[in-house]
Design a protein around this ligand. Structure first.
Ligand code: SF4
Length: 458
């Protein structure tokens, strides 16, 4: 066994070339990082070893994987190099090969870490001999600083800056990059006026209506929060979020046009229906084919409210006649309810979609569409006066119950719309989107049970 040391990609490449030239198979080489026989004779060998021919993709992969903290990385890379140069030139294309799978996974981790380093480095302004020096301390998961050096050099070419990590540091003086040792945060972290700039920026761009804590932690991992000035204000912003959402929605309701502006002078059902056909209160009427108003029994004791018409409903002008509607009818049949007994409608009366080639891909309506369209729904409910409303999906829940409605949090509460009980369940399209049989069965079961409960008001 030959023991070889490599501290970085260049050292590994040099050693790997020599080992390859000497015909050393991977199982004969130990990459234990302590140096050894081959490392000692390395200089002689390197002068005679001709570079192995490998795909450019491998060089890229190896350069990045070299930044991974996995101690086996050098051995893994050498095994791949050996196989590439011993009869397996297409090895990298074999995604299912365990070695390639592992290297690709490591590569993905490195790329994500490099991306986060670019996003989360925060410079503090220090004064050194009367000159500005911008210093950042950052703790990446891997030693990715070499991979992002060029990015920072180009981006902050006119600044004098240093980025310090626990493993290494990088400094730019306007002309050249210099590498140095790593330092702990305690020797670098320092508050300055830029802290306030970051906080102001973050406060201004923080959208309380789009808070997704899990996503936020994924994008801005908690381990980086200590070095990010803006994270100090996150608890306050979250505490204020509910109030700010309320204000935003209030402003939307107050400022924007709603369906009410299109109401007929005689508010009976036929007039309402034909007035809705000309509604232009929000932007959805433009691309859609037509208004899809509710339909059914005007004396119905049970009303079903969905999200919005789908592709087929938009073309034919009737709610719940597409694939989701067909599934709903199958479930209704199982309960013994018939469509003729019900009134069915949607929270939003126009189809929202994006065009991809010939296909129109469904897009959920925005809060402003739900708000603009709500007067139609309110009036339908007022005219039909059902004994119970079944809200199919979160959009229906938002239109009927409250703006922050989620099925997960609200389904077991006593919900009402204008004194009428609201039973909330999934939209049938959720069952159609489920890729596994069990989740689909669970969703169908939930819808079925909710319809059965609603039958108590029949
Ligand atoms: S979605 Fe509703 S509010 Fe918007 S234009 Fe259509 S009917 Fe009017």
């Amino acid at each position: 066994m030959i023991c070889v040391a490599a501290e970085n990609f260049d050292e590994w490449r040099k050693a790997a070339r020599n080992l390859l030239a000497a015909g050393r198979a991977p199982e004969q080489v130990g990459w234990d990082g302590n140096g050894g026989l081959f490392a000692e004779s390395d200089n002689t060998a390197s002068t005679t070893a001709s570079p192995a021919k490998v795909p450019a993709d491998f060089v890229t992969l190896a350069t990045r994987t070299a930044c991974h903290r996995d101690p086996e990385k050098w051995a893994l890379l050498y095994r791949a190099l050996w196989r590439l140069s011993h009869g397996e030139p297409y090895l990298l294309k074999m995604a299912t090969d365990p070695l390639i799978h592992r290297l690709r996974r490591m590569d993905g981790e490195i790329r994500r870490d490099a991306h986060k380093t670019k996003a989360f480095v925060r410079f503090r302004l220090l004064q050194e001999n009367g000159e500005n020096h911008y210093v950042a301390w950052h703790r990446p998961d891997h030693t990715v600083l070499p991979l992002v050096a060029g990015f920072f050099q180009r981006r902050f070419a006119v600044m004098r800056w240093s980025i310090v990590t626990p493993d290494q540091s990088l400094a730019w003086d306007g002309e050249a990059l210099r590498w140095g040792p790593g330092l702990p945060a305690s020797e670098v972290a320092h508050e300055d006026k830029f802290e306030d700039v970051w906080r102001t920026y973050y406060r201004a761009t923080f959208n309380p209506a789009r808070i997704k804590i899990k996503m936020m932690k994924q994008e801005m991992p908690v381990r980086h929060w200590a070095t990010l000035p803006e994270t100090h204000i996150i608890p306050d912003l979250l505490a204020e979020a509910e109030t700010r959402v309320g204000k935003m929605i209030g402003a939307m309701e107050g400022d924007r046009e709603t369906a009410e502006n299109y109401f007929p002078s005689v508010p009976d059902y036929p007039s309402l229906r034909s007035a809705a056909a000309g509604c232009r209160a929000c932007g959805l009427c433009g691309p859609a084919t037509q208004t899809v108003f509710g339909e059914g029994n005007l004396d119905a004791r049970i009303m079903l409210v969905g999200e919005q018409p789908g592709d087929e409903e938009d073309l034919r002008g009737r709610p719940f006649i597409g694939p989701a509607g067909q599934l709903l009818m199958e479930l209704l049949q199982k309960t013994g309810l018939s469509r003729e007994e019900l009134y069915v409608t949607n929270a939003v009366k126009h189809f929202r979609f994006v065009q991809r080639g010939k296909k129109r891909i469904h897009q959920p309506p925005d809060a402003c569409n739900v708000i603009a369209c709500k007067p139609w729904l309110q009036t339908e409910i007022k005219l039909v006066r059902p004994k119970v409303i079944v809200a199919l999906g979160a959009t229906a829940g938002r239109a009927l119950v409250h703006h922050g409605f989620t099925l997960k949090h609200d389904q077991h509460k006593d919900l009402f719309f204008d004194g009428i009980p609201v039973y909330a369940t999934w939209h049938p399209s959720a069952a159609l989107r489920a890729t596994q049989p069990q989740p689909r069965a669970d969703i169908e079961h939930h819808i079925l049970e909710t319809l059965k409960r609603a039958m108590g008001f029949r």
